[in-house]
Design a protein around this ligand. Structure first.
Ligand code: GCO
Ligand code: MG
Length: 402
């Protein structure tokens, strides 16, 4: 039996911070797992280095489910983003190893492809409506079949979702950026913005929009109803989801499909949302929801309730977790869409993924395992660069959800 002989944590910042776990076996096989938690990276690095790595050495890398149960139940303290991201990193690395040992891509270990590629949505954004429309045109020219549309809300400087550089990156150095938010301005603006997109480009592509947890259920219901004729693919994160039953109210108010889940870390965060069909798409990811093993469980539960998948794929998810997600996406019957923002070219000096973007979809390669290499020498050239996600305040100065 091969055993785990080494596990190292690589923290690198090629354009943005990434934490990666590399597990090595006595047969010399290595596997990678993403452990990036934007703005709280070192907490996961320490959880891995100080608490999990000592438990991995000498164990059988083939027993993925047992390892998951051992780390989850063995911690006594359950769930939470730090714990679940750390467990995800171990789990993902073990799937990568299992694939390499078997000489199979991970999607084959998961039952084989149900589709060739995973349709992705790209992020069109702009400082105002004309800029956004130009960006939507660009994504259409690039062959995207699903496009998310966001623009800066007039009167709310620093609105989320608007790209400033090559890729969208909301985290800022030193202290968190403090932004201002007016729900009234947003509710007035969002329907105008999305109407402008449909008026200019019509209905032959999927249109998505992210509300980024900013509304109450009443406001979200009202917005969803106003957007119904625009036939959105989804309205994302309309309200914070700690109170799962609050989605019932949005549901009763509108037929606009609802997506949620990028901050979820376990099946318990979405059990009621799924089993009561309060959402249409579950957006949890491999890296933040306990790895391939746990995300697959969530997706299978969702399938029973006709909830489709739409995993988070922002720039703060490394090419390792994006690849893992795409391997899972192509196998699940209830796949919906995969978010894809791409990465800063610097990130590709460190991570060499083999998935391919074609015709608006990501195709995993048939390389054994996850098909991603990490260049450790390149990683060492980009030391950790502390950054924080923004904080959001209402116009009266009180803290709101970001
Ligand atoms: C999305 C997101 C992200 C998050 C980011 C936080 O839908 O992709 O809302 O852009 O804000 O991942 O780290
Ligand atoms: Mg989002």
């Amino acid at each position: 039996m091969a055993t785990i002989t080494e596990a190292t944590v690589i923290v690198t910042s090629p354009g943005r911070n990434f934490v990666t776990l590399k597990v090595t076996t006595s047969d010399g096989v290595t596997g990678l797992g993403d452990a990036t938690l934007n703005g709280r990276e070192l907490a996961v690095a320490s959880y891995l280095r100080d608490h999990l790595v000592p438990l991995l050495i000498g164990r059988d890398p083939a027993r993925i489910e047992d390892m998951w149960q051992y780390l989850y139940k063995g911690a006594y303290w359950r769930r939470g983003p730090v714990t679940m991201t750390a467990i995800a990193a171990v789990d993902t690395a073990l799937w990568d190893i299992k694939g390499k040992v078997a000489g199979m891509p991970v999607y084959d270990l998961l039952g084989g492809r149900a589709r060739d590629g995973a349709m992705v949505y790209g992020h069109a954004s702009g400082g105002d409506v004309p800029e956004l429309l130009d960006d939507v045109a660009r994504f259409r020219d690039l062959g995207y079949r699903a496009i998310r549309a966001q623009a800066a809300v007039p009167g709310s400087p620093g609105s989320y979702g608007v790209r400033k550089g090559v890729v969208y990156e909301p985290a800022a150095a030193s202290l968190p950026d403090e932004q201002t938010w007016s729900t009234e301005d947003y509710l007035d603006f969002a329907p105008r913005l999305l109407t402008a997109v449909r008026e200019r480009f019509g209905f032959d592509f999927h249109l998505l929009h992210d509300v980024h947890h900013r509304l109450t259920p009443t406001e979200a219901g009202r917005l969803g109803r106003r957007l119904e004729d625009l036939r959105l693919f989804w309205m994302e994160d309309p309200t914070p989801a700690e109170l799962q039953e609050s989605f019932r109210q949005i549901r009763q108010a509108t037929t606009t499909p609802i997506a949620v889940g990028e901050v979820f870390n376990s099946i318990w965060d979405c059990q009621q949302l799924i089993t009561e069909r309060l959402i249409d798409y579950i957006r949890a990811t491999v890296v933040h929801a306990g790895g391939i093993t746990h995300l697959r469980r969530i997706f299978h539960l969702a399938e029973l309730y006709q909830v489709r998948t739409g995993s988070h794929g922002a720039t703060d998810l490394s090419p390792v977790s994006l690849s893992a997600n795409v391997h899972l996406d192509v196998t699940v019957p209830n796949f919906g869409v995969q978010e894809y923002m791409g990465h800063d070219p610097l990130a590709h000096e460190v991570f060499r993924p083999t998935y391919e973007l074609r015709d608006g979809a990501l195709y995993p390669s048939d390389a054994p395992g996850l098909g991603v290499e990490l260049d450790e020498e390149a990683a060492a050239r980009f030391p950790y660069d502390p950054k924080y996600l923004p904080v959001n305040r209402r116009t009266d100065g009180s803290v709101h959800d970001w």
